[in-house]
Design a protein around this ligand. Structure first.
Ligand code: UT7
Length: 329
């Protein structure tokens, strides 16, 4: 009989340092009013000099293991979603595995930008449902503050640093995940990217920078369409109607993207979770951080249906529909 899988642990960690919109006013030609009106973001966290994707991911991972009542040695696999790893190699996941003391676990990274957590989560479920692994830690961890051009007002106001993690475990029936959706359109690769070290043209973009570059308006349109389509596909595969969704947890990029998608999906705003006002867009960390806060705020009850949905560089997107089992029990 095929094994069953469920999400049994969750945790998040953000750096202490808060950067307000007012601080950004002193750095670039912007205003608190513009940022709030166009994005919904009020502040974001910025990594300290000693914080990295590894240290933040370890902190979030430890909390997720605590909730799941597991020790690091119980883990069979660690999957880390990040595009802000300290090194090109080894993987952030390898460093995180060592720092956590998860000596039995295999480890690898997933690069799907802001969709990375969904890609990693779907992968974790496949490992558990196939019987290959019993306990998988999935981490989304990002330090975008180190890939931003702090003189570019069109991008530097949008992102923040943080980490979130979940544990996916083999367990008694039923499996809490009901459907998985993943997608990619590499034709949009130039719309949102950070140059690498190994490109034929060298490590810079057209402007001579190595920072994140984004065609905001194009990504905006894609983001709404991808959120709507991925959610609808996940619901159809799970044989659910949008009216049965108790909470939608989308990637936290811009409240205008989220509200436009929610309107198109015909889901009332009180069933859509948002915390981007306090963190900005934390890329692969945004969905697990939002999930943690939704749980902590008592927004999820056992038996609820939820959809996690993400989009980002690639272009890429993904969604998972779940029947919330309430953790380990
Ligand atoms: O995780 C996925 C990654 N990214 C996203 O999801 C982001 C998707 N895109 C967006 O969220 C929006 O396109 C932005 C928030 C980036 C931009 O908002 P917008 O309403 O689409 O603004 P816009 O790019 O059309 O720019 C409108 C104006 C421009 O001035 P002009 O040309 O009309 O004079 C910009 O130069 O706003 C200006 N502008 C700003 N003004 C003050 C752009 N950034 C700023 C800023 N402060 N920070």
């Amino acid at each position: 009989m095929a094994p069953y899988a469920r999400l049994t642990g969750w945790g998040m960690w953000v750096p202490e340092r808060v950067m307000t919109n007012q601080e950004l006013e002193a750095m670039v030609d912007t205003s608190d009013a513009w940022i709030r009106r166009r994005t919904g973001i009020g502040e974001r966290r910025i990594a300290g000099s000693q914080d990295t994707a590894v240290t933040m991911g370890v902190a979030a991972g430890r909390r997720a293991l605590e909730v799941a009542a597991l020790s690091p040695q119980d883990l069979d696999l660690i999957i880390v979603a990040t595009v802000t790893s300290e090194r090109i190699f080894p993987a952030c996941a390898s460093q995180l595995q060592h720092a956590l003391g998860a000596s039995r676990a295999a480890a690898f990274d997933v690069n799907a930008a802001c969709s990375g957590f969904i890609y990693a989560l779907v992968t974790a479920y496949q490992f558990v449902l196939s019987g290959t692994c019993r306990r998988v830690l999935v981490v989304g961890t990002e330090v975008y503050s180190r890939i931003l051009n702090w003189q570019d007002r069109s991008t530097c106001v949008l992102f923040g640093d943080g980490a979130g993690a979940v544990v996916v475990e083999a367990g008694p029936p039923p499996t809490d995940a009901l459907s998985f959706v993943l997608g990619s359109d590499g034709a949009g690769a130039d719309l949102l990217y950070v140059p690498g070290l190994c490109g034929a043209a060298g490590p810079f973009n057209q402007d001579g920078h190595h920072y994140l570059t984004m065609v905001g308006a194009e990504v905006f349109k894609f983001a709404i369409a991808a959120t709507v389509a991925a959610t609808q596909q996940a619901l159809a595969a799970a044989q659910l109607d949008i009216s049965q969704v108790d909470i939608l947890i989308p990637h936290q990029a811009n409240y205008r993207i989220i509200t436009a998608a929610a309107r198109a999906l015909e889901i009332p705003s009180e069933r859509v979770f948002m915390n981007l006002e306090r963190y900005g867009n934390t890329s692969a960390a945004s969905i697990p951080m939002a999930l943690c806060e939704a749980i902590d705020q008592g927004r999820l009850k056992k038996g609820d249906h939820l959809v996690l949905v993400g989009f980002g560089g690639g272009l890429s997107w993904g969604a998972v529909a779940l029947h919330w089992a309430g953790g380990r029990n």
